[in-house]
Design a protein. Structure first.
Length: 224
């Protein structure tokens, strides 16, 4: 009884982990950290080669296959991940790590290169093909686009884009000396009865050579 009471009410001081099977909260010694810093590239490559050889073995693949087909294992893993992501300390550390990664140009370059390779791979094409052939995915995608296109935020965004991309054009009628200002090149083209390209060419010549080219031998255009 004395031994049992000691185990229950006086746990050993070296048992610093609160959850069985989890190393969350464990702080490594400074000596261990220094060894990690001095971990050479040769040892890293040797370790990676060992892990790749282990993970590509038939025994490891069969073991992982059995695990992922086990409902009890899947339920435990989901529960553990759920508890982990609800931990404020874990969320803060993860957010800080992501901020450091996304501010690192080398990480961004590697990430973009990996995405480019994946997007050009046969696996990515097969995945996209399967998605687009899925009626449920098509229905969800269409519903999402309809909600997006009908939202006030999207309409305001389009209006801002059009206002930025449009250029006001001043059109002078040389016969009557009347000046008309149009909100865009397209509107000016409709107003004087020509295509957009004609006005664009006239504006380009005016900008590059400083020469005014009359459209229909009547109209002189100028960008505002």
């Amino acid at each position: 009884m004395s031994r049992k009471r000691t185990v229950l009410f006086r746990p050993p001081q070296y048992n610093i982990l609160k959850t069985a099977g989890s190393f969350f909260g464990y702080k490594h010694h400074e000596d261990s950290k220094s060894r990690w810093i001095n971990f050479t590239s040769e040892r890293k490559s040797a370790r990676l080669e060992q892990l790749n050889r282990l993970n590509s073995s038939p025994e490891q693949k069969e073991r992982l296959k059995r695990q992922h087909a086990d409902p009890e294992y899947i339920a435990k893993r989901l529960e553990r991940l759920k508890n982990l992501h609800q931990n404020p300390e874990f969320k803060a550390k993860r957010l800080e790590r992501l901020k450091r990664q996304h501010a690192d140009p080398e990480y961004i370059a590697k990430r973009l290169a990996a995405l480019k390779v994946y997007n050009l791979s046969e696996k990515s094409r097969e995945h996209l093909k399967a998605l687009h052939e899925n009626p449920e995915f098509q229905a969800k995608r269409l519903d999402h686009l309809n909600r997006l296109n009908s939202s006030s935020e999207h309409l305001e965004h389009l209006k801002q884009i059009h206002s930025i991309q449009s250029h006001q054009v001043s059109v002078l009628d040389t016969l009557t000396n009347q000046v008309t200002v149009y909100p865009s090149i397209s509107a000016a083209a409709r107003g004087i009865g020509c295509v957009d390209g004609t006005i664009r060419n006239a504006l380009k010549i005016l900008k590059e050579k400083g020469v005014t080219r009359l459209i229909k031998k009547i109209y002189s255009v100028k960008a505002m």
